[in-house]
Ligand binder design. Sequence first.
Ligand code: COA
Length: 192
Amino acid sequence: MCFKNIVSSLPTYQRLVYLCKKNMQAKKPSASLTTLTDLVLPSETNPLNNLFGGELLARMDRAASITAGRHSRRIVVTASVNHVAFNKAIPLGTVVTVEGKVSRAFKTSMEIYLDVWIEDRISGKRTKANEAIYTFVAVDETGSPVEVPPLEPETELEKQRFDGALRRKQLSLVLAGKMKAADATELKALFV
Ligand SMILES: CC(C)(COP(=O)(O)OP(=O)(O)OC[C@H]1O[C@@H](n2cnc3c(N)ncnc32)[C@H](O)[C@@H]1OP(=O)(O)O)[C@@H](O)C(=O)NCCC(=O)NCCS
């Protein structure tokens, strides 16, 4: 077994210790915070003059990509879009802000949480319109996954999102056919 495989097979805690020693310092979610503000233009709307869903997905993907890149300082690719909720329609002319933060870093993948805010033109008051969760993987120049620094959540919300991330990762892997449901320990724990 090569050294890289030995490290990969270590339990999470020992791997964290190894990565820290290897100078993979844990990073805080604030270090990857990405804020993308833009208007809704006529070419980006549906027949009801609201923001087209695919346009919002693209904006979130861009914000998530920058977020994952800031955390890992590597090339990153979208592995999965785990959850999107279009709770509020976003009308033409609205100022839309997409905020991305890494919510948990695994070995080579990162969960990115995206919150979408709209801004009242007169009062400036911000309202949460949508949210989404993307998974990105850090890769080298040949597209092979590479390890990323661990994440150290700080705020209550960051800790909550960190805690749920392994469950969401397992669900995403099961749905993608990359993990057997029987191996999804975090998911099973919800039902016992
Ligand atoms: C994403 C990609 C790099 C994963 O490569 P792979 O050979 O499957 O590598 P692995 O199986 O080792 O997975 C790498 C990591 O991604 C995670 N992953 C892979 N698919 C996932 C999914 N559907 N949901 C959540 N995590 C996923 C794995 O769990 C692993 O995480 P970890 O190392 O943190 O534990 C590869 O599938 C790829 O390049 N896909 C295309 C990406 C792309 O072009 N995106 C743009 C879409 S247009």
